[in-house]
Design a protein around this ligand. Structure first.
Ligand code: ADP
Ligand code: MG
Length: 714
């Protein structure tokens, strides 16, 4: 048997490695949820009562901790972590790489008598000082000043991450330059949550809510991913280096049979999921749903929603745990947006809403007329925000992986639009037309009148093709890529919706609220009429929609280099500065980093493809030709030789594209556009020929695992 076929046999076998205890989560003794989290309950139990009360009060007021208080918290946290086998602590932060970063420090300090003690001071809890020089800063920090600060975020709980050889106390932190500028994903997210809360509370007062003190944005992500056997992964330099296959002919069987979505989960995969979920439960990540996705070897995992900050931290943790646990089952978890060309890619749905501290979801249609006009007011604000910042929202989901997915036929297009569902659409139309009798059904007839009756909006309305859909009590932003952090997309959503709420609140104030229903209807009507171009209920994947969107003047930013300038557009800067979320300089830093990352990643792909063509695919084809020559078939020889010549020519073209031309800026948009137009294009041409060769070269000579193996042998 050939070496690769041999791998298939090994891949198809697995032995349950018995890592998970049986656990009925309804039995008290089995509840692992949050067992590795330094939660409020643990704090209450472990901290002296005065310290606990002062800590909670400080957090409620959003103030900084004093050192004495921090020392007491650190002491309790250390004791708790040591009991769980922790040897080190780390400040976990999210630099502009989009990943998480950590530097581990040991609790242990030697003593003068040759022994050692475990130490963890309040100052170490509150603040760390990593060398910032190795993180992307977009020019914010001059290289001679390497200092960066990490600051404890007490609103996202600390946790212990287990490792077979010792555990780690992880402290969620923010990361800033020594001048206080944000160098991470968390700081702007927290700032945007504050901005939205302030504007929403102000609006709620006008709408008659006297109680709510704070509005919190919420996020519930749905994460898609692939699991493949690790033997295939390590046999593919492209997967190891770039996270996706740069070569690979289409298999005879794809997902045409529609037999994978919601199909029975293979046993090894299910075992892996169970352990992943168990680990995440210990860390307090509330996983709710799992299922097979559309593509073979593709799956989905979804937690219950949490506040944006904790939900975003948990999502980073989820991606890390998924990748770690998969290895225990001989699997590799692929989070790339498009690991296999021609096969469904992976996205991440970002369910988003706003809730008050009194427990009211502002996007939930209510039982009373008052709740309903509040609901319509906030919905109108979302519509306005998304329409006015459609380009920026598109930019939040831009990365090199997404360029293969957005607009490809199973994913939302690069055009941002909103699907309201037929009922909500009718409500808005009724308000816009002032009457509505003729067009709307019985259930919502009275909405055109002044008193709004309950809306029955929890119907099964679904439009899977829409990038931004109202789904009953939340909006679902579906365009995120599977490898992405949630932080920036939610930072943007919060900020632009805060701006729109503020605008509509101003208009409501100007009209006066003596007749609140009439005033809200007037404000909603004006906003809807001005922004309704963003609403689309048809098939977003169709060619007609592209044309229609163009007629409407909606943006269609197809690639990352086209989308990223939206991050520094005048309307972005204005909104972000107005609500103190990011300064112009901080936005420019992010833009610079992301543009540079695109060009670097494109270059890595192009170099990897060139090397694989040269050192794997061309030699395999030569061996194949030698075989034909030995056997003597003129027809086969000329067919293969032609493709080989073509492959050599295309490979050489790619190699020369990989040498940047003289005079090109070594960072910036020009280089990104060059990478897209020259390198990625040349790479694609190489692939087209190589994929033809894959179909004719002798199977035992082909150097790479094929799609038919990677996707189907589980
Ligand atoms: P689907 O979109 O596949 O039909 P569901 O309707 O079950 O999925 O919900 C998807 C996600 O929406 C879940 O992660 C859930 O926690 C989240 N979600 C539900 N309510 C809210 C909310 N108020 N804010 C944010 N996310 C929410
Ligand atoms: Mg969904």
């Amino acid at each position: 048997m050939t070496p690769i076929r041999q791998k298939n046999v090994t891949a198809a076998q697995w032995a349950p490695n018995g890592g998970v205890e049986p656990s009925d989560l309804t039995r008290d003794e089995n509840v692992v949820f949050g067992s590795n989290v330094f939660s409020v309950a643990v704090q209450r139990e472990r901290l002296p009562e005065v310290v606990f009360t002062r800590l909670q009060a400080t957090l409620d007021r959003g103030e900084a901790l004093d050192v004495e208080l921090a020392d007491a918290v650190a002491e309790a946290m250390k004791e708790w972590a040591l009991e769980r086998g922790a040897t080190h602590f780390t400040h976990v932060f999210q630099p502009l790489t989009g990943l998480t970063a950590e530097k581990h420090d040991s609790f242990f300090e030697p003593t003068s008598d040759g022994g050692s003690i475990a130490k963890f001071k309040g100052s170490e809890l509150i603040q760390g000082e990593p060398d910032a020089s190795s993180f992307p800063t977009g020019g914010i920090r001059a290289t001679f000043e390497a200092r960066g600060y990490t600051a404890w975020d007490p609103t996202s709980p600390a946790f212990v991450l287990d490792n077979p050889n010792g555990s780690l106390l992880c402290i969620p932190t923010a990361f800033a330059s020594w001048t206080g500028e944000a160098l991470d994903a968390k700081i702007p997210l927290l700032r945007s949550m504050d901005a939205l809360s302030k504007t929403a509370v102000k609006a709620l007062r006008l709408l008659g809510d006297e109680e709510s003190q704070r509005v919190t944005t919420t996020v519930g992500p749905e994460q898609e991913y692939f699991l493949i056997d690790e033997q295939y992964y390590f046999a593919r330099p492209d997967l190891v280096t770039t996270g996706r296959t740069l070569f690979g002919a289409q298999p005879a069987k794809g997902h045409e049979l529609d037999d994978h979505y919601f199909g029975a989960i293979p046993e090894r995969v299910l075992a892996c999921m169970l352990e992943t979920e168990m680990e995440l439960a210990k860390l307090g990540v509330p996983i709710k749903t799992r299922h097979n996705e559309v593509a073979p070897a593709q799956y989905e995992i979804a937690p219950i929603f949490e506040n944006s900050n904790v939900g975003s931290d948990h999502q980073q943790l989820l991606m890390q745990v998924m990748q770690n646990v998969a290895r225990k089952y001989g699997l590799v978890c692929l989070l790339h947006e498009k690991p296999f060309a021609g096969v469904n890619g992976s996205g991440k749905h970002n369910n988003w809403s706003m809730g008050t501290d009194t427990g009211h979801n502002l996007l939930e249609p209510g039982d009373t007329p008052a709740e309903n006009y509040s609901f319509l007011f906030f919905c109108a604000a979302v519509l306005q925000a998304v329409n006015q910042h459609q380009g920026l929202l598109r930019a939040t989901v831009a990365n090199i992986g997404q360029d293969h997915r957005l607009g490809a036929n199973e994913a939302p297009p690069a055009i941002i639009s909103i699907y309201l569902g037929s009922q909500l659409e009718q409500v808005f139309e009724a308000i816009a037309s002032g009457t509505g009798e003729a067009v709307i059904p019985e259930a919502v007839l009275d909405l055109g009148a002044e008193v709004l009756p309950p809306l029955a909006l929890h119907g099964g309305d679904r439009n899977r093709t829409s990038p931004f859909a109202f789904t009953g009590n939340k909006f679902e932003f579906r365009a995120l890529g599977s490898s992405m952090s949630l932080a920036f997309a939610n930072t943007v959503l919060n900020t632009i919706v805060a701006e729109a709420i503020d605008d509509l609140t101003g208009k409501l104030e100007a009209i006066g609220t003596d007749d609140l229903p009439a005033a809200v209807a007037a404000v909603v009507k004006e906003s809807y009429l001005a922004n309704q171009q963003i609403c689309f209920s048809g098939d977003n994947y169709s060619a007609e929609w592209e044309e229609e969107a163009e007629r409407r003047g909606l943006k269609n930013l197809r690639t990352t280099p086209e989308a990223l300038p939206e991050v520094i557009s005048p309307s972005t800067i204005e909104a972000f500065e107005e609500y103190d979320v990011l300064s112009e300089r901080e936005l420019e830093a992010r833009y610079d980093v992301w543009v540079e990352q695109y060009a670097i990643n494109a270059n890595i792909e192009a170099e990897t493809a060139a090397s694989m063509a040269r050192t794997m695919i061309i030699p395999a084809t030569l061996r194949h030709l030698a075989l034909i020559d030995a056997g003597g078939s003129g027809v086969l020889a000329s067919e293969s030789r032609e493709l080989l010549d073509d492959l050599i020519e295309k490979t050489k073209a790619l190699e020369s594209a990989n040498l940047y031309p003289d005079g090109i800026e070594d960072d910036g948009l020009e280089l990104a556009a060059y990478a897209r137009d020259q390198q990625l294009t040349a790479m694609h041409e190489v692939r087209v020929v190589a994929d033809q060769l894959e179909k004719i070269v002798a199977d035992d000579l082909w150097p790479l695992p094929k799609y038919s193996e990677m996707l189907f042998i589980k």
